[in-house]
Design a protein around this ligand. Structure first.
Ligand code: GLP
Length: 262
C-alpha cells in the first residue's frame, strides 16, 4: 500500500462512530483528509473496494460519497485510471493595464493555449450589440464563443462579437481573434473593461470543470481602434479560483488628473 492510501485509511478509521449517515461521514472524513493535507492534490484515492473493506461499509456507500466529492470539485475521476484529489489551480496574475489577448497572456507564462469552439457564426445584431458596436438593425455580426483552455485546464468562457463588415467570416479566426483582426489592420489599441462577480450556473460550471455555484468573474470588454471606432464587444466568464486581476494605482495630480509616472 502506498503512503497516500495509508494516510487516507488512517483518516477513514473513525467512520461509523457517530450517528450521521455513513456516506456523509465518509465524505466528511475524505474532505478533512484533503483539508489537513493528509492527501494532496493529484494523490490517488484507494479503490472503492479497498475503502469499503477498510471502513467496513458497502461499496454503494463509498460510491455515493465519492460521487458527491467529484460533483463538488474535491475529487476528479479519470476514466480507466481511478479517482484523484483535484489538482490545485495555479493562479494566473493578470494585469488590468495591458491590452493583450488570451493567447498572448498564456504564451508569456509558457502555457499552451487552445480553445474549444462553443459557437461561431453570423447573426443579426442583438439590441446590446447594436448599441455597443454602433450598428443599425439590418447589420450583421460575427459571434465567436469559446471555452479558453491553458495547459488543458479550462480557464474562461468568452463570447465575442465583431461587426460582420470587419469580420465577414468568423471561420477566419483559428487560434487567436486578435491575430485575425491584426491581419486586416483591425487589432484594437484601447479597451474598457467592466468586471463583476457572479456565481456559475450548471452549464458554465460544467464547461469550466468547477462545482455549480462557484464564484467567478464576469468581464465585459469593449475595444476600440485608433480611430475611436468600437471593434470588439466581448463578454467573458473567468474562473474565480484561477485569476487575480492586478491594477496599479497612483495618486491623482494636483489638477485631479492622473499622476506622473515615477
Ligand atoms: C482576452 C479578452 C477578450 C479577447 C481575447 C482575444 O481573453 N478578454 O476580450 O477577445 O483576449 O484573445 P485571442 O486573440 O487569444 O483570441
Amino acid at each position: 500500500m502506498d503512503d497516500g492510501a495509508e494516510r487516507i485509511f488512517a483518516a477513514l478509521r473513525d467512520v461509523s462512530q457517530s450517528g450521521a449517515p455513513l456516506y456523509l461521514q465518509l465524505k466528511k472524513n475524505i474532505e478533512e483528509a484533503v483539508k489537513r493535507g493528509l492527501i494532496g492534490p493529484g494523490d490517488a484515492l484507494p479503490s472503492e473496494r479497498d475503502i469499503a473493506a477498510q471502513a467496513d461499509i458497502s461499496r454503494v456507500t463509498v460510491r455515493k460519497a465519492v460521487q458527491d466529492l467529484v460533483k463538488s470539485g474535491v475529487l476528479v475521476q479519470r476514466h480507466g485510471s481511478g479517482t484523484f484529489v483535484a489538482p490545485r489551480m495555479e493562479r494566473v496574475e493578470q494585469s488590468l493595464s495591458r491590452l493583450t489577448s488570451f493567447t498572448e497572456d498564456m504564451a508569456r507564462r509558457g502555457m499552451a493555449a487552445r480553445s474549444q469552439w462553443l459557437d461561431r457564426g453570423i447573426y443579426t445584431a442583438s439590441p446590446d450589440e447594436m448599441m455597443v458596436l454602433g450598428l443599425s438593425a439590418s447589420e450583421l455580426v460575427s459571434r465567436l464563443s469559446r471555452l479558453r483552455i491553458a495547459d488543458e485546464t479550462p480557464l474562461a468562457i468568452e463570447r465575442a462579437t465583431i461587426s460582420a463588415s470587419v469580420l465577414p467570416d468568423p471561420h477566419e479566426v483559428t487560434s487567436s481573434l486578435y491575430l485575425a483582426l491584426g491581419k486586416t489592420g483591425h487589432r484594437p489599441v484601447r479597451a474598457v473593461q467592466r468586471i463583476s462577480a457572479v456565481n456559475l450556473g450548471e452549464a458554465e460550471a460544467q464547461l469550466l470543470a468547477v462545482p455549480i455555484g462557484s464564484a467567478c468573474l464576469q468581464i465585459e470588454r469593449i475595444s476600440y481602434l485608433a480611430s475611436g471606432k468600437v471593434i470588439e464587444f466581448t463578454k467573458s466568464i473567468y474562473r474565480g479560483d484561477a485569476y487575480d486581476f492586478v491594477a496599479e494605482l497612483r495618486l491623482p495630480g494636483p489638477d485631479g488628473q492622473e499622476g506622473e509616472a515615477t
